[in-house]
Design a protein around this ligand. Structure first.
Ligand code: PA5
Length: 459
């Protein structure tokens, strides 16, 4: 495993004093950082924060592999029903570690419909044979409206195809005890996998949530968790200046204090682009908070934005280089691409193409990244790079853990609770009320009155 955080381009010596951070500023956080480190360790030891222990659940990994080996023989299709933390990790693992056109040649074909757009879901039905499809329903709470609705939607087709045996094509991943999925699983012999109660949805990529689809698609899940396990040691380093989780958190914390409230993650690799999508949820839901732990209104957080290089050099980079200096940009860079053939100038009459001779697409992509980095740095725009030696399961696992640990660190520095999501819950409750769910009648009345009283400005 080799994953490195290069933060040279946030330091004042490279970025200039106005927007750069001094060594002294980072060092001023060391005392607090040490306390945070100890608090996080205590919370991990006391099993309050479960994600620290996820890379070491050997029994769970073996159970998943046994299940996946048997399921691969039975199913030609896999449909993952979950949303938010129950979908983004699995998607990122799949797209980073499996063939970019996987479904065109591999089996089981994998689908991750993480939305309830009826047309989108309907289109999926045209491409699967329900009788040969494993539906993996993932919901920590077991109550999320989108996931429940998707299950009900497909149930019609499962029953039509399999009758009373519909449950044979279903598995659930949910809380060990709580939630509606467990009530269903008590009635039908549906295989259940568990999300530990002390692991929040957005920290659950390395639980059965992400590992089941990974194992089914042929990802080496032991290598994935091994990379994460190695990163746990690196992020436990007491020398915080050598600890990438602390550095990532400290840099972003200091910039938040300076009003840079946008965190761009720009991947110079299509394979890694969905990691940025996963990070978007992790950083937004964990750190975007109104109250601090003492109940003071703080309204903190950074808006995460995902971008893709080189594609977005022709879309976003103008803004990043010359627009408001309110962003911290994290590049994802791959040092060694798996396939990287040299180019040849097939049109020798075009001398302007000669500079491509012998160069590879990977070289072009990485030079483009370097060029963007230079342009940003020369315009005093803070930027960091997470360097992947290669796109491997070990490095992807390490990336998940690094960013999770950095998020936990940043939450403690900001003195907010990084592990709840009251804003998301507000939306969930309003949805239940609007959909007429039992128990939400009062809320429904309130909302309808509010909508009735609203003054409309529509053109
Ligand atoms: O991180 C979180 O907790 C959320 O994004 C959840 O993952 C998301 O709301 C889905 O919740 P659940 O897994 O309970 O269906």
């Amino acid at each position: 495993m080799s994953l490195k955080l290069d933060y040279s381009n946030v330091m004042d010596v490279n970025l200039g004093t106005e927007h750069g951070l001094s060594k002294a500023e980072i060092e001023s956080l060391l005392d607090k950082g040490k306390q945070v480190q100890q608090e996080l360790r205590n919370k991990a030891e006391q099993e309050i924060l479960g994600f620290y222990k996820l890379p070491f659940q050997e029994k769970v990994f073996d159970e998943i592999l046994t299940f996946a080996n048997a399921a691969k023989k039975r199913f030609d299709y896999y449909v993952h029903l979950g949303i938010g933390g129950s979908a983004l990790g699995p998607i990122a693992i799949h797209t980073s570690l499996r063939d970019s056109y996987y479904n065109m040649s591999e089996s089981p074909k994998m689908f991750f419909p993480d939305n309830v757009d009826p047309d989108w879901i309907h289109d999926l039905l045209k491409h699967i044979d329900v009788s040969k499809t494993l539906f993996h329903v993932v919901s920590k709470s077991g109550a999320t409206a989108e996931t429940a609705a998707s299950l009900l939607y497909f149930m019609k087709y499962l029953k039509a195809s399999l009758g009373d045996n519909f449950y044979k094509n279903l598995i659930f991943t949910t809380d060990p005890v709580e939630g509606l999925l467990n009530i269903i699983a008590r009635e039908y012999p549906i295989k259940c996998f568990r999300i530990p109660p002390n692991v929040g949805g957005r920290f659950s990529a390395l639980t059965p949530v992400g590992l089941i689809p990974a194992a089914l698609a042929g990802v080496d899940i032991k290598a994935l968790v091994h990379g994460a396990a190695e990163m746990t040691k690196i992020c436990d380093n007491d020398n915080l200046l050598q600890n990438p989780a602390f550095i990532f958190a400290a840099v972003h914390y200091l910039y938040m204090k300076r009003g840079k409230n946008i965190s761009v993650m720009m991947s110079y690799s299509n394979k890694l682009r969905d990691l940025a999508d996963w990070y978007r949820q992790l950083w937004a839901e964990s750190l975007g908070k109104r109250f601090d732990v003492n109940g003071n209104v703080v309204e903190v957080g950074q808006t995460p934005v995902k971008a893709l290089g080189a594609t977005d050099q022709h879309s976003q980079v103008q803004l990043y280089v010359e627009g408001p200096n309110d962003k911290v940009i994290t590049f994802l860079e791959v040092e060694k691409f798996e396939h990287n053939e040299p180019l040849h100038n097939h049109f020798p009459q075009i001398k302007e193409f000669d500079y491509f001779e012998g160069k590879t697409l990977g070289q072009l992509l990485n030079y483009e990244k370097q060029a963007t980095e230079l342009a940003l740095t020369n315009n005093q725009r803070p930027n960091l790079t997470i360097k992947f030696s290669e796109v491997s399961p070990e490095n992807i696992g390490a990336f998940f853990f690094l960013l999770e640990a950095a998020t936990a660190f940043a939450g403690e520095l900001l003195e907010i609770n990084a592990f709840d999501q009251p804003g998301v819950e507000q939306g969930k409750i309003a949805t239940y009320a609007l959909m007429g769910r039992k128990g939400y009648e009062k809320k429904r009345k309130e909302i309808l009155e509010q909508l009735e009283a609203k003054q409309k400005f529509i053109v």
